[in-house]
Structures are given as C-alpha cells and as structure tokens.
Design a protein around this ligand. Structure first.
Ligand SMILES: *[C@@H]1O[C@H](CO)[C@@H](O)[C@H](O)[C@H]1NC(C)=O
Ligand SMILES: *[C@@H]1O[C@H](CO)[C@@H](O)[C@H](O)[C@H]1NC(C)=O
Ligand SMILES: *[C@@H]1O[C@H](CO)[C@@H](O)[C@H](O)[C@H]1NC(C)=O
Ligand SMILES: *[C@@H]1O[C@H](CO)[C@@H](O)[C@H](O)[C@H]1NC(C)=O
Length: 279
C-alpha cells in the first residue's frame, strides 16, 4: 500500500500508457491482437446465434397466424355500438337550429362518414345481395354487399344537406362495430328510446331500424376491403323546443347472440348519448 501511494504521477501515467499499448509485447488493453480477434469472433458467433434463434422462433410463430382472423379473442364476441356524429365533447350533440355554425361540425362529420356509402361508389365496388341471407363467399377476395347512402332516406344528406339540423330534427347514425366472422341470429334491429318519452318521435332508416343479415359475416379488411357496415339512421323530432338535453339509448334488439345488457360494458350492443336542440 505504502509503495503504491508513493508512486509519482509520472509513473502512473506511464503505467496507463503501457496498459493501453505495450510496444514490447504488442498488447493493446492488456491483450494481444490474436486474443482480441478470438474474443471478437466469439461474440460475433454468440450474438449471431442469438439473432438466428430469435428469427427462427418469430418465423415459427408467424406461421401459426392467419392474416384474416385474429388469433386470440374470447369467443366470437358481441359487437359494440357507436354513433356518428361524434363531437370533441364525446357523445353529446348540442346545437342551435338557427345557427349553422353551431352544427357545422356535426354535418361535416356525417358528410365524411357517409362518403364511402355514395350510391355510385357502392354500385362500382360492391355487389347486390339477397336480403335476409348471410353472404357466404368461397372466393379468396370476398365481395361486399351494397349499402347505398340513399337507403338512409331523409338522413342520407342528399335532399337535406344539413341532415335535419337546420330545422331542429337532427339525424344520428348508429353503427355496429365490425367483428370478423360474426353471424347475427334472428332479425337484428336498432331500437332507440329516450328517457323522456313525451313528445319525442323517432324515425328510422332503413325502416324499423333493421340490420340485414346479408351484410354478415365480415371477412376482414384484407380480403374484404370495400366492406360497408350496415347503418341505421335515427331522425329525432321533439314536439316542442326542449330546453334540457334529452338522453337516448339505442340497443340491438331481436338477435339472441348479440348482447345488449352487459353490466360491465355499457357499449356492448347499446349506446347512450345526449341531444340538446335549441332555437
Ligand atoms: C358523394 O356524394 C356527395 C353528395 O351526393 C358528394 O358531394 C361527394 O363528392 C360524393 N363523394 C364521392 C367520393 O363520390
Ligand atoms: C345502389 O346504387 C347503385 C348505383 O345507383 C345501384 O346500381 C344499386 O342497385 C343500388 N343498390 C341498392 C342495394 O340499392
Ligand atoms: C322498440 O322497443 C319498444 C319497447 O321494447 C317497442 O315497443 C318498439 O316497438 C320497438 N321499436 C322498434 C322500431 O323496434
Ligand atoms: C309542448 O307540447 C305539448 C303538446 O304536444 C303542449 O301541451 C305544451 O303546452 C307544449 N309546451 C310548450 C312549452 O310549448
């Protein structure tokens, strides 16, 4: 100890220099060139082997995946519902019929949402199907059924480009989320109710809020790129200009395998939203 402490700074520096490169033995950092080469070779082989193992495992796992069907899902689950227009503030629709600026965002959202449903687009990309029957398709590229914008009648935005917002009878479009392989049983339809039933009238497009079975099953984005989800539009009419917002709940009815009353998931087969129509 005493000896080392007495080393001069010059000596220490010389020792370090010698450690970094020793001209006598030709060692660099305490190893000869061939020793370094061996070490590098070892690590090269070692990490090369690890990379190979990883690649191989990944490849084996990918072989077990199907591009079209998710590998892990709990049963064929039940779809959730969503509405359009959705605003920044969530599922509240609040506007003045006399003020176009107050509902412009809703109209724009509906315009954008319905673009792919233009009759011309549907006619060009999708096929006419037989109502009431599942569309089972053996082709590798699956045809999708036409859902024309005009099927939404007064809510199609064609005759009334404000979707009813300008006269205080707004349209809300309800859609069912896509689930690959789902085949609804029975006669599914969307049915909406309001907490306040007095004077609230609902008009459905297509009639009775029906969801046709011909739009099922859905085969996935990759093989059925032009798939058009069936929609149900609801036109809301209130008899007097209601001051407070009205709460609506829309549910899937008429299909035993589509759940609509799960306590833990309030979007499963149903959706709740609020509409406030002001003068
Ligand atoms: C769809 O139709 C609307 C109104 O009919 C039109 O303004 C719009 O440009 C059309 N979009 C496409 C993509 O054809
Ligand atoms: C949708 O519109 C296209 C183009 O107008 C038409 O050829 C087709 O028959 C319509 N389909 C349905 C299901 O109404
Ligand atoms: C909606 O549900 C109510 C109550 O269950 C029922 O009276 C009504 O006929 C249903 N409407 C539609 C369009 O299915
Ligand atoms: C709302 O309409 C009902 C009948 O539809 C009517 O009796 C009532 O007076 C109206 N209320 C207002 C505030 O206009």
């Amino acid at each position: 100890m005493a000896k080392e402490e007495s080393k001069t700074f010059g000596q220490t520096l010389a020792d370090w220099k010698q450690f970094i490169y020793n001209p006598r033995s030709g060692e660099v950092l305490g190893r000869t060139a061939s020793s370094w080469a061996l070490i590098l070779l070892f690590y090269l082989v070692f990490y090369g082997f690890l990379a190979g193992l990883f690649t191989f495992t990944m490849w084996v796992m990918l072989q077990t995946l199907d591009d079209n069907v998710p590998k892990y899902r709990d049963r064929v689950s039940s779809p959730g519902l969503m509405i359009s227009p959705k605003s920044d503030s969530g599922l509240d629709i609040d506007f003045r019929r006399s003020d176009p600026k107050s509902y412009k965002a809703y109209v724009d959202a509906l315009d954008a949402f319905l673009q792919p449903y233009n009759d011309s687009t549907q006619g060009a990309k999708n096929v006419l199907c037989t109502p009431g029957l599942y569309r089972e398709d053996d082709e590798s590229k699956k045809k999708a059924c036409q859902f024309n914008r005009t099927m939404l009648g007064q809510c199609s935005g064609i005759d009334d480009t404000s979707y009813g917002y300008s006269n205080g009878t707004p349209c809300v479009i309800v859609k069912m989320n896509r689930i690959i392989g789902l085949k609804p049983e029975g006669n599914p339809s969307i049915n909406c109710t309001s907490k306040k039933d007095d004077g609230v009238q609902l008009l459905y497009f297509p009639d009775y809020g029906k969801i046709d079975l011909m739009y099922f099953p859905y085969y996935g984005k990759k093989v059925q790129a032009t798939y058009a989800q069936p929609l149900v539009a609801v036109k809301i009419t209130t008899s007097n200009a209601t001051k407070e917002g009205i709460q609506f709940e829309c549910k899937i009815h008429g299909s035993p395998n589509l759940k609509n009353s799960d306590d833990r998931d309030k979007f499963l087969g149903r959706i709740t939203f609020k509409v406030q129509i002001r003068d």
